[in-house]
Design a protein. Structure first.
Length: 640
């Protein structure tokens, strides 16, 4: 079996770091055209609880949308069809549940390569009841299973409570811990440490319990604010209760709220993180009922609130907020959704970037929805390079805004996803990593963030508007384990994935195959089997039609290969990871819907650090595509 795979060549020209004549941002409401018709209908009295989540749940390269419906109707899961439309697959995925859901956040808590979903809930549909939070484990892109009880995170206390959630690796052990906010009772603000087979409540042992009990919690963020790699926790609360916890690097935190000059307002709601002034330090922006706060990081855990001076203080009764470069002019803007029946967008007009100045342009750029917004997510749902918006309203229709930035060739962009790969000390999807893009004399800093903005999260990418620059001169990833990945002369106008340097031997599920369809194998390592020098690596392929097409295993050595979309040959939604050195097919008859391979791996020193891919296929000459095959996901195996 052989095939020809074509690679696109992208040419790059010399970059320019100067500010360009920027296009005006423009958004249009594409909710109906996208096939999204659902409204939030709460079964509870808390009018400020309405959220959801975004993430690529089936790993097909397109972002999907989850909506916590509020209890009157069943929750929705809109799977992205890849053509600008979505289909509600909540029933097929097992989460068409009617309950008093408030918000959601995504993260691969068990490190199996698939995004899981944590949902806060005030109880079943009929009444408030504690212990109803949901941790949906992603069953390899085909459905969800609620494991909240088994993992110990279904309850955060004796009160029916639960607002924002946040995933982050506060102890830098390579897995995602969880913070859950409680507004009704300070006792329901909880910090859970991920211990692999369960989560452990470490609210007391981490040292944050005395301060947490006073917080009317809405949102939380794990973010390294002093550059030591250990993330602080910024816990946003109502009634002047927000807290700033410094990470001590030993599993404990110290309350530095007073000394940090944060928590300036009595009604803080939502939060977003960015380096707004290009000084290399992450800042954060917080919405309020009155005057929003922009906390400029001065170093040493101290901040200056410049919200009013910069012109980003008024967004009505503010809730969710995001930081994006709306028009790719190299300056980060803010968007905020509001209870005041309108949406706000603050266009960054700073020149130079350190001289912070913004202009509010929400209505003039098309954000004309009058829904009473709560959650807000940025998401490139159509993969065209600019960031779109999802508004999760209270008692109203979910709204999807497409960014209509014109492709004139005058502005460019780069979108970066991370893969922790075979690095044992890095959380899945590189959560907590810092991505730096240098163009000329300017460096832009982003963080991979898996926490909520207010009851909803944004896509797990680092997005850069590049103005007139057609390449990034230097792209650096500062991984939480201290490793650094560097790419130079990176062409603009692409979505790329950077994988962390390997530190252990392992196998990783990659690509987004057709697994789950009839007659399409799913390939996985046998339990306990790890690809190592001088070992025999065993893999299983399941999901084959008994008595149907023959199974085969495509084997390919390579250093790194991106996945290739097979939609042009009639296999929509399927991808394969090709080899760049050599490949061969190992035929094996299908036996009872499953096939097993045992692959002896040599002990040659030349193989150390090398990677190879395994791709299972079902060969059927009668298949309705030119190749006569159906592909599974692939395994990328690293030998260390």
């Amino acid at each position: 079996m052989s095939r020809t795979l074509l690679a696109a060549t992208v040419s790059a020209s010399i970059s320019c770091a100067s500010l360009v004549v920027a296009q005006s941002p423009a958004f249009s409401d594409r909710t109906a055209q996208a096939g999204i018709t659902h409204s939030h209908q709460p079964a509870y009295a808390a009018g400020f609880a309405a959220g959801g989540a975004v993430g690529d749940f089936n790993r097909d390269g397109f972002q999907d949308i989850y909506l916590a419906s509020g209890g009157v109707q069943r929750d929705r899961l809109y799977i992205n069809n890849g053509d600008g439309t979505f289909s509600n697959r909540a029933t097929q995925w097992g989460i068409a549940t009617r309950h008093r859901g408030t918000g959601g956040v995504v993260g691969d808590f068990d490190g199996d390569g698939w995004l899981d979903l944590f949902v806060t809930s005030l109880g079943p549909s009929g009444n408030d009841q504690p212990g109803n939070h949901k941790l949906y484990h992603n069953d390899h892109g085909t459905g969800f299973t609620d494991v909240a009880v088994a993992m110990g995170v279904n309850s955060t206390g004796a009160v029916a409570d639960g607002w924002g959630g946040a995933f982050g690796d506060y102890d830098l052990d390579g897995d995602l811990d969880l913070a859950v906010c409680g507004w009704r009772s300070g006792s329901t603000n909880r910090l859970f440490r991920n211990d692999g087979t369960t989560f452990t409540d470490v609210t007391v042992s981490s040292g944050i319990a005395p301060s947490l009990t006073s917080i009317s919690g809405f949102s939380a963020k794990f973010v390294d604010l002093n550059g030591d790699r250990y993330p602080e926790i910024v816990w946003i609360g109502d009634f002047g209760t927000s807290k700033y916890f410094r990470n001590n690097g030993n599993g404990t935190f110290t309350d530095r709220t007073a000394n940090s000059n944060t928590a300036d307002d009595g009604t803080e709601m939502g939060i977003t993180i960015t380096d707004i002034d290009e000084d290399g330090r992450l800042d954060f922006y917080v919405t309020t009922i009155g005057s929003n706060n922009l906390y400029r990081n001065l170093g040493a855990h101290t901040f200056s609130n410049v919200g009013m001076a910069a012109g980003v203080d008024n967004s009505g009764w503010g809730w969710g907020t995001v930081a994006i470069d709306m028009n790719h002019d190299m300056l980060v803007d803010f968007v905020a959704t509001s209870q005041s029946s309108r949406q706000y967008a603050f266009r960054n007009t700073s020149n130079p970037p350190s001289n912070l100045s913004f202009s509010e342009v929400g209505l003039t750029i098309g954000l004309t929805s009058t829904v009473s917004g709560r959650g807000l997510s940025n998401i490139d749902y159509d993969n065209d390079g600019d960031q779109d918006l999802v508004i999760f309203p209270s008692n109203g229709p979910l709204t999807l805004y497409r960014n209509d930035l014109a492709s004139t060739g005058q502005t460019h962009w780069l979108r970066v996803f991370l893969d922790n790969g075979c690095a044992s000390g890095i959380a899945p999807d590189g959560v907590g990593s810092i991505v730096e893009a240098t163009v000329g004399s300017r460096t832009f800093v982003r963080m991979i963030d898996a926490a909520d903005n207010y009851l909803s999260n944004s896509e797990l990418s680092a997005h850069f508007g590049l103005g007139g620059a057609t390449q990034v001169d230097t792209l650096r990833v500062l991984w939480p384990d201290g490793q650094i990945s560097t790419r130079t002369n990176v062409p603009a106008n692409q979505t790329m994935t950077i994988r962390a340097p390997s530190t252990v031997a392992c196998s990783i599920s990659v690509g987004a195959g057709c697994d789950g369809a009839t007659g399409v194998p799913r390939i996985e390592p046998q339990s306990g089997s790890v690809p190592g020098l001088g070992t025999t690596f065993a893999v299983d392929a399941t999901g084959l039609d008994a008595g149907g097409a023959a199974a085969a295993l495509l084997f390919a050595f390579d250093r790194f290969s991106p996945s290739v979309d097979l939609a042009p040959i009639g296999m929509a939604g399927c991808r394969i990871v090709p080899g760049t050195v050599a490949s061969q097919a190992l035929g094996l008859a299908n036996v009872g819907g499953a096939a097993t391979w045992s692959l002896p791996i040599g002990n040659s020193p030349g193989l150390a650090g090398r990677a190879f891919h395994l791709q299972a296929v079902a060969i059927d000459p009668g298949a309705p595509n030119s190749m006569g095959i159906a592909l599974s996901n692939a395994l990328r195996c690293v030998l260390n």
